[in-house]
Write a protein that binds this ligand. Sequence first.
Ligand code: SAH
Length: 239
Amino acid sequence: MATDLEIAVFKVKVCNLEHHFRSLLPMKDTFTHKGMRKRLVTTLQQKGITNKAVLAAINTIPRHFFMDSGFVDHAYVDKAFPIAADQTISQPYTVARQSELLEIEKGDKVLEIGTGSGYQTAVLLEMGAVVYTIERQNELFKKTKLFLSKLGYRPKRLIFGDGYKGLEEEAPFDGIIVTAGAPYVPKPLLAQLQVGGKLVIPVGEDVQIMTVFTRTAETEFEKEEFGEFRFVPLLEDKN
Ligand code: SAH
């Protein structure tokens, strides 16, 4: 006879297996999903997004793949949502606005700080950027690395590290995008910009001001501000 403990352990194993197999099922992108994406694109246009490459990317990428299967219904509303390791997938409007503010062209070299779910990474790749992306949470880093390759999205490099330091060995970048709230502007990120390049970074503690620094000359930066946003914090060191 099996003891209660053995039965409990068995139940947990079955449950884990179910979870495992569900994650192996092919992900479906139906006409309903496509329709919902079109509506999301219209919403973003109404909110002021005009960049064609950004809108096309959002129209193409199945955002519901980037969320746990139970939350598919939330994928195409303009809201942020929880992912693994207490982090969030940014609100579509925020992703669109930051991507637009980067003002990149096909083939530009872009550094992303905060890979998270990989959704923003996918948007940049769809826009034709060569993407380097850094994530400080090991659990998320491993999960997203596997997931992006499964979808066929290939960043030039996916790095487990601390984005405060940027990525010196691959600098300079045409654009740097920070997808977590920075209490201050990390100096290395400004230093790793190409002349003409832009750093798009939400700056602040509780509320962040979307800030764009353009490197206008070797030692000159222009600063512009684009309103309030709320992000999870940019944290020092890896975890
Ligand atoms: N671009 C992501 C947004 C995720 S939220 C998406 O589209 O889903 C912000 C992410 O930044 C989190 O995953 C968090 O772990 C990561 N992060 C926070 N501080 C960091 C740092 N110093 N370096 C790299 N990543 C960091």
